[in-house]
Write a protein that binds this ligand. Structure first.
Ligand code: ATP
Ligand code: MG
Length: 416
């Protein structure tokens, strides 16, 4: 679990800020869920025989003897919250959330024990148009972050539950015939959850998985139509995708559409965004049957992909740094600073605190990245002026009357 230090937070603010704006642009509402839920919720939704539930959850018994877990993902909590708060009674909900998730994984690049996701969940819509909308929304997000050339979209359809059940039997038969080539995890899953075997990351298993019967050949007709509808809409929007018949996702609740945005720039941890339909989950968790679709994106991986140029473009150093030499100047400077902030919306002004010589304050002003130094020393106090020195250009220092400072600075900000 990592501290996120001040030098890194600008990157976080960029991805979070762009996401908020994206959600406004599409009319999605924010929901915030607790970080902790009853363990049972995750067992029932994500699935008992998944990596997450089998070996990655932070589970503990609280003072009442209840088994609780830190949330390993957001969908289960969001469904629980929507059911419990009556958000699903004949209503369509388009929701988003963000925050930390917890999984006890082996830490490595792109894989942490506390990581962060931004996610979207839509309830009450079953057509492929909403699948297309959330995918288009992610594509727009990559463009906004200048990442569109680093990621590609993979999609698959898992079909209806019935089609999956039939396919499951076919898989059990196939992998059963090759059981000597199955690793330990896959042996165990052969009967409990054979679809999971397709999701194995073990390189030794890849040939066997590649040759396995494909779910796409056993898809029910209405799921086929649904998927074809989605593909057509993405074609209309010019969004490129690759159909990957091996894509099954690491959680049990998905049906029909599943998708991942992947990158080849982060080594093995290449999935930056993943999602799909989970039409059965609301009913499974005790709500009235409600179709649903969503995705989550992993912020650590996204941030690792961000170009320094994109970060620099978003940088917002102070407009001005107020240098105040002497105790009288501190008092006047303070008063003027507050007045400036009152009167100039959006002004970014750092007031020097902690005293020190003119020279040492200049050093601080320079390090702050400010465009201007406002200087208040004995001479300026006497004359009721402020000296203004541009720190990033060759322009000359100017002297401005204190009662003209707001006007001067506001004009400066609007023309720079
Ligand atoms: P992976 O196959 O990489 O383990 P997953 O299928 O477990 O991913 P999801 O549960 O679908 O991942 O989570 C969605 C996204 O959250 C992932 O695509 C990834 O970007 C991010 N993510 C998942 N686990 C971690 C982790 N331990 N550390 C950092 N990011 C993670
Ligand atoms: Mg995982």
């Amino acid at each position: 679990m990592n501290d996120i230090l001040p030098e890194e937070t600008p990157r976080w603010q960029i991805v979070e800020g762009a996401f908020r704006q994206l959600m406004r642009a599409y009319g999605y509402d924010e929901i915030r869920m607790p970080l902790v839920e009853m363990t049972d919720l995750f067992k029932r939704s994500i699935g008992e025989v998944t990596d997450i539930v089998e070996k990655e959850m932070y589970t503990f018994v609280d003072r009442n003897g209840d088994s609780l877990s830190l949330r390993p993902e957001g969908t289960a909590s969001c469904v629980r919250a929507a059911i419990q708060n009556g958000l699903l009674h004949n209503q369509i909900q388009k929701l988003w959330y963000g925050g930390p998730m917890f999984r006890h994984e082996r830490p490595q690049k792109g894989r942490y024990r506390q990581f962060h996701q931004l996610g979207v969940e839509v309830f009450g819509l079953d057509g492929p148009d909403i699948d297309a909308e959330i995918i288009a929304m992610t594509a727009r997000y990559w463009r906004e972050l200048a990442l569109e050339h680093k990621v590609k979209l993979e999609m698959n359809s898992l079909g209806s539950n019935e089609a999956r059940a039939a396919y499951r039997d076919i898989l059990v038969k196939y992998f059963g015939q090759h059981s000597e080539h199955l690793d330990e995890d896959s042996q165990r899953r052969l009967h409990s959850n054979p679809l999971r075997i397709l999701d194995s990351k073990n390189p030794d298993m890849q040939d066997l998985i590649e040759a396995a019967p494909r779910l796409s050949e056993h898809l029910d007709e209405s799921s086929q139509e649904h998927f074809a509808g989605l593909c057509t809409m993405l074609d209309d929007l010019g969004i490129e995708y690759v159909i990957n018949p091996r894509l099954v996702r690491g959680l049990d609740y998905y049906n029909r559409t599943v998708f991942e945005w992947t990158t080849d720039q982060l080594g093995a941890q290449g999935t930056v965004c993943a999602g799909g339909r989970y039409d059965g989950l609301v009913a499974q968790l005790g709500g009235r049957a409600t179709t649903a679709v969503g995705f989550a994106l992993g912020l650590e991986r996204l941030i690792a992909l961000l170009d320094d140029a994109r970060v620099a473009q978003a940088a917002q150093p102070p407009h001005a740094y107020f240098i105040v030499v002497g105790s009288e100047a501190v008092r006047t400077g303070f008063r003027l600073s507050e007045e400036l902030r009152d009167n100039i919306p959006g002004l970014r002004l750092v007031m020097h605190t902690g005293g020190g010589s003119l020279k040492s304050q200049f050093k601080r002003a320079d390090r702050s990245g400010a465009q201007l130094a406002l200087i208040l020393g004995d001479d300026e106090l006497q004359a009721q002026t402020v000296a203004i020195k541009p720190l990033r250009t060759e322009q000359h220092q100017e002297t401005v009357a204190q009662d003209q400072l707001t006007q001067w600075l506001s004009k400066y900000i609007h023309s720079n």
